[in-house]
Ligand binder design. Structure first.
Ligand code: NAD
Length: 457
């Protein structure tokens, strides 16, 4: 790593933030509005780059750019809503109020599979909250990052350096984590990456926002609309070639409908159109790399050794020989097997039968990750139980929708090894600000809280 370059980047990001925080928040929102408008103009070329870097199909790539645009709109509105509460003071002639201030510079480490949207989740909120961002993109997606930065540069005037790209891999990510001049580390990627970075930031008591791996499950109940469920499961499990953090990896199906669901899912997987992601009729593009393919094959071979019935999963001989296209795999298991406990970033769906909803929810929750979950049911008691504190332990819980494809309006993120962070909508902005509790005495006496007397006469 070029340390000189690194230090210059951090110092520029710190300096520009000091000017930016003086700009009133609604004016910062105006700049983010212009950014969103420029993204709208360039939507199609940006989507093409996502397809090139992340190998997503064009419709999903366009959806990802749209997500970045939606974040700009959301953040623009938010720039007038960074509300602090005013609480009643127990003391006469006192005002008790929360103030929210920017943190400073955000180090934003992103994964390959959402090369623009995750940046937008972070940058748009960080910017309206008054922060600068140093963005370390995935080495797979540097061209996506530079395209976003170019658009930012076109509209940002004196504030170009509010977003600076730091290309690189592990060394650069570690440098940001060690650096006290980086006031929030927002890192998206595998649980392993999070586990390596958390202690580094923790050692300096730094703030973190982790968006890590998932191991998402669906439950299909006897009352479910099975055709709707099959469609949703196919998109969640096979769509994006299983390369979403929210991809469905495990499925628990009630014993009464198990055989029917398996047959319908096999048909649905057989009918998927797999091929060049640039072709509008394609539903699944290739895996990101040969390494991903190898990891997928290793998982399937381990699953077979543990007694799973594996259907699909083989490499398909289409398009360029350097691309790794695969048939999504279904693995039917009688018991929970080790492979079901970890996230393999590829289209593998483990399916197991269940008898009672309690049993299915226990299976679902009994993994270290806690990102997304889904239940398919037309029984309100089942869906409400699933959403209750005794139900899904994930950050995202869906009813009659698959595990993937969240909207920006909600807070996005998960529990346990998924990292606990929340990004995007709702009040996720609070992670990018520091809270000051301010008490003002506008009287001439000095009453103490809790009735404490300190009589110095
Ligand atoms: P990855 O962990 O390999 O890389 C993510 C980022 O971290 C990259 O910028 C990479 O350079 C860096 N990195 C990787 N290992 C590192 C290490 N040991 N130390 C420091 N930095 C490191 O992940 P990926 O393959 O790019 O993306 C797939 C993973 O990301 C999956 O696990 C997926 O679930 C997760 N993901 C999570 C979310 C979420 O919001 N929860 C969103 C997208 C992806």
């Amino acid at each position: 790593m070029d340390l000189n370059n690194y230090n210059q980047i951090v110092s520029r990001a710190n300096d520009v933030q000091k000017m930016w925080q003086k700009v009133p928040a609604p004016k910062r929102g105006e700049v983010i509005r212009s950014f969103g408008n420029k993204l709208r103009e360039h939507k199609s070329e940006l989507a093409t780059l996502i397809t090139k870097d992340a190998r997503k199909i064009i419709s999903e790539a366009e959806g990802e750019v749209q997500e970045a645009i939606d974040m700009c709109d959301f953040a623009t509105g938010l720039s007038r809503q960074l509300y602090g509460l005013t609480m009643p003071s127990e003391r006469p002639n006192h005002r008790l109020q929360e103030l929210w201030h920017p943190l400073g510079t955000v180090g934003c480490i992103t994964a390959f599979n959402f090369p623009m949207a995750v940046f937008a989740w972070n940058f748009c909120l960080a910017a309206v909250c008054g922060n600068s961002t140093i963005w370390k993109p995935s080495p797979h997606a540097n061209s996506c990052a530079h395209a976003m930065k170019k658009i930012w540069d076109e509209i940002s005037g004196d504030f170009n350096d509010l977003c600076i790209i730091l290309e690189g891999g592990k060394d650069e990510a570690v440098a940001l984590c060690q650096d006290r001049k980086i006031h929030l580390i927002s890192a998206t990627g595998s649980c392993q990456m999070g586990k390596e970075l958390a202690p580094i930031v923790g050692a300096r008591m730094g703030k973190t926002l982790f968006e890590l791996g998932g191991n998402n499950a669906g439950i299909v109940c006897p009352s479910a609309d099975i055709d709707l469920a099959i469609k949703a499961i196919t998109f969640s499990a096979a769509g994006t070639s299983g390369q979403r953090c929210t991809s469905m990896r495990r499925l628990f199906v009630h014993e009464d409908i198990f055989e029917t669901c398996i047959e319908k899912l096999k048909d649905s997987f057989d009918n998927l159109v797999i091929g060049d992601p640039n072709n509008p009729s394609t539903q699944l593009g290739p895996l990101i790399s040969e390494n991903s393919f190898k990891e997928m094959q290793l998982s399937l071979s381990n699953a077979k050794d543990d007694g799973a019935l594996v259907i699909g999963g083989e490499r398909l001989d289409i398009e360029s020989p350097s691309d790794f296209y695969v048939k999504p795999a279904i693995c039917i298991v009688d018991q929970i097997i080790e492979e079901m406990r970890e996230e393999t970033f590829a289209p593998i769906l483990y399916i197991k039968k269940y008898k009672t909803l309690d049993e299915a929810i226990n299976y679902q929750n009994d993994v270290n990750q806690g990102l997304s979950s889904a239940i398919f049911t037309n029984d309100v008691r089942e869906s409400e139980f699933f959403l209750s504190a005794e139900g899904s332990d994930c950050g995202i819980a869906n009813v009659n929708i698959g595990t993937s494809g969240a909207e920006i309006g909600g807070a996005f993120g998960g529990e346990k090894d998924t990292g606990g962070g929340r990004e995007s909508g709702s009040d996720a902005w609070k992670a990018y600000m520091r809270r000051v509790t301010a008490t003002v005495n506008f009287g001439s006496d000095l009453p103490l809280a809790q009735g404490v007397e300190f009589n110095d006469e």
